[in-house]
Design a protein around this ligand. Structure first.
Ligand SMILES: [Zn+2]
Length: 375
């Protein structure tokens, strides 16, 4: 067709050809655009279906068989062979008890934008990493596995993000496993059943999943913090992530969820403050990922940046700009208990949380004023 146009008149032909080409290109672009649009709409629909199922599942009680028996994970993948790292006799043991609180989907830049008196108190009386990031595969289960085991997904192998019994446990040893092996008490209080994948056999004395809502989770965790004097206690709060997926990150609903998580955090703080041995407790508050729109999991900054706060008697106060990885959380927890980091871990102890002399948590008195822990 183009040839017949060209034979009539060269000028006319060239004009027609140019038009034809541009029209074809415009048509192809708009077709491309329509297809992309359709695909992204499909993706969004699939995502939202997945999230609806996910939330419905997450809100259920402990997973059980049809006969009501609790589902336990088969040991499909055994943890990697593990040589316990030596107790660091040469180093003092800075703390006896490490409490790790992960607030799911909490973006650090949102903390100053809503009602977060407890997080702000921790910031002013602790150390706050301004450059903390999660792993690039920033989904809840893989990220938390890295947070607690000091290695990335290539080592722990936990890529899925749902409770899937046939997948078994993470392949890597966790800080809880190492601490328990060294004689400490370990516990996990979580709001999602999928955390069972991280609780490898022999790693936790207590595993509780009371509810999706943070209230019941922190009530059980607080009872444990009153009764236990040592080891690693992990607490997971879900609210911001839930609001982010259903209404969007940085929306009003998301901000309300953060305020709720902050109130739950306050329950734990008051419990720690009430302990006579509070100076022997290190509290680490972080998150598994941030988020944007109604999702997360990409390598963009809003997804990857996480809060990372250390609060305890040996913490060097103030905001700091040294980069922190979520994998450092596991190593810091071990370092706090005087345990060495396994040589093949990527995570390293954040010294700033271990070798200062803050004294605030020890005395229960913030410098210069007594901390007010908001209810
Ligand atoms: Zn998450």
């Amino acid at each position: 067709m183009k040839n017949s146009v060209l034979t009539r008149s060269t000028a006319m032909g060239l004009l027609t050809l140019a038009f034809a080409l541009s029209a074809t290109s415009a048509w192809s672009q708009s077709r491309h655009h329509r297809r992309r649009h359709r695909e992204s709409a499909d993706d969004a629909r699939r995502d939202s279906d997945r999230m609806r199922r996910h939330r419905r599942y997450d809100r259920t009680r402990e997973p059980t068989t049809r006969r009501g028996r609790p589902i336990t994970l088969p040991l499909v993948t055994a943890p990697e062979p593990f040589d316990p790292p030596p107790v660091q006799d040469s180093q003092p043991r800075p703390y006896d008890h490490v409490v790790i609180v992960s607030i799911d989907g909490l973006r650090p830049d949102a903390i100053a934008m809503t009602d977060t008196p407890n997080l702000r108190m921790l910031r002013s009386q602790g150390a706050w990493a301004q450059e903390a990031r999660t792993i690039t595969h920033s989904y809840t289960l893989p990220s938390h596995t890295s947070m607690l085991s000091g290695v990335d997904v290539d080592r722990h192998g936990l890529l899925h993000n749902n409770f899937t019994p046939r997948h078994g446990f993470t392949r890597s040893v966790t800080a809880l496993y190492i601490a328990r092996d060294a004689g400490f008490t370990t516990a996990m209080f979580v709001s999602k059943p999928k955390f069972r994948h991280i609780a490898i056999p022999g790693s936790v004395d207590v595993f509780e999943r009371p509810d999706y809502a943070c209230g019941p989770v922190v009530r059980q965790a607080a009872a444990h913090l009153q009764a236990t004097r040592e080891g690693i206690t992990f607490v997971h709060l879900s609210e911001p992530d839930g609001a982010g997926h259903s209404r969007g990150w940085m929306t009003e609903s998301y901000m309300r969820a953060i305020a709720q998580a902050d109130r739950c955090l306050g329950v734990l703080l008051r419990t720690i403050q009430a302990r006579a041995d509070r100076g022997r407790v290190l509290l680490l508050v972080s998150a598994d990922h941030g988020g944007h729109g109604r999702t997360h999991g990409s390598t963009q900054e809003n997804d990857m940046r996480i809060p990372w706060i250390a609060w305890g008697s040996r913490v060097r106060l103030g905001d700091f700009s040294e980069p922190v990885s979520t994998m450092d959380t596991a190593a810091t927890a071990l370092g706090a208990l005087g345990l060495a980091t396994p040589a093949d871990w990527t995570g390293r102890p954040v010294r700033r949380a271990l070798d200062g002399a803050n004294g605030a948590a020890e005395t229960g008195v913030a410098s210069p004023t007594r901390p007010t822990i908001a209810r």
